[in-house]
Design a protein around this ligand. Structure first.
Ligand code: ATP
Ligand code: MG
Length: 278
């Protein structure tokens, strides 16, 4: 495997179905003992090439899709993960969508209505920057809908993701795991740099006060919605080079398992020898 000199074990970050998972069981600054950033850079670049060629096959085959759901607390690095991992992948085959506060039109429907419209079509890689999980995270923390309804949403989500799976969309979910102290450091850095002010929202400080409530809501969602068809991975995200490697590796291995194939030609190549073209 000299194509991937750094061998990442991401299986240890998969939330087992059936419950009992605790976020504290995974160190948010874990690097599996690696510290060679040059090797990491080389590995990431090999993984990106692999990702790019697998995506081309997926697009050409036009029968399956891959959906990456990305969730994190503010400053968790969702944007930068997307930028680093997807660099070099043909944008034509990617759909990236960020879910914001629902509009009145969206709130007038069930919570999955807006989400279903954004799932990647066959042949595409889709990325959700925030997702339907907000409807059991921020919504739970702020009590935006009655608790009985939130309770039912875990089952609704599992059924929805199973539907996607059954129709050829592989769903992989990543929670970028950071600590409360790390978030403080990142927020401070953001405020020290005028070119990062656009990313700062004073509301983020209000959410930070509810950190423990968010962690409880995350643990619940991870435990109730990590299924064999649509597993959750809790990825240590404080060392960004490591985070990128884990996510890239996960996408490459998922696509490899999907094994997209170039479709057979719709014509007999023997009828069209290239030299005969005029
Ligand atoms: P991010 O913080 O993800 O980098 P951003 O700063 O560009 O994104 P924000 O407007 O800060 O954009 O983030 C989106 C906000 O919308 C978050 O506070 C999120 O909790 C909220 N949101 C997303 N989905 C829902 C939902 N279903 N219900 C309520 N709030 C939601
Ligand atoms: Mg924000």
């Amino acid at each position: 495997m000299n194509e991937h000199p750094l061998d990442i074990d991401y299986d240890r970050y998969r939330v087992p179905p059936g419950g009992g998972f605790r976020l504290s069981s995974i160190a948010s600054d874990d690097t599996q003992g690696m510290d060679d950033k040059d090797a990491a850079r080389a590995t990431l670049s090999a993984l990106r090439e692999r990702l790019s060629s697998l995506q081309e096959r997926l697009y050409a085959e036009d029968r399956q899709a891959l959906l990456l759901v990305l969730q994190a607390m503010d400053t968790g690095g969702k944007d930068s993960t997307i930028r680093s991992v997807m660099k070099g992948v043909n944008p034509q085959g990617c759909r990236i969508y960020g879910f914001k506060k629902p509009t009145p039109q969206e709130l007038a429907r069930d919570f999955l209505w807006r989400v279903h419209q954004r799932v990647p079509p066959k042949g595409h890689i889709g990325i959700f920057n925030r997702s339907h999980y907000e409807d059991v995270l921020v919504v739970r923390v702020h009590g935006l809908v009655p608790p009985e309804l939130i309770e039912k949403r875990y089952d609704h989500i599992n059924a929805f993701e199973r539907l996607l799976h059954d129709h050829g969309t592989r769903v992989v979910k990543v929670y970028l795991h950071i600590s409360k102290d790390y978030q403080l450091e990142r927020l401070r850095r953001r405020l020290e740099r005028p070119d990062k002010w656009w990313k700062f929202n004073p509301q983020d400080l209000e959410e930070r006060k509810r950190w423990d409530d968010y962690m409880r809501a995350y643990e619940l969602a991870l435990n109730r919605c990590s299924t064999p068809e649509a597993p959750w991975y809790v990825v240590p995200a404080e060392k960004r080079w490591f985070r990128n490697l884990v996510v890239a590796r996960l996408l490459v291995d998922t696509l490899e398992a999907m094994s997209p194939q170039y479709p057979p030609p719709s014509f007999d190549p023997a009828d069209y020898p290239p030299a005969s073209l005029r």
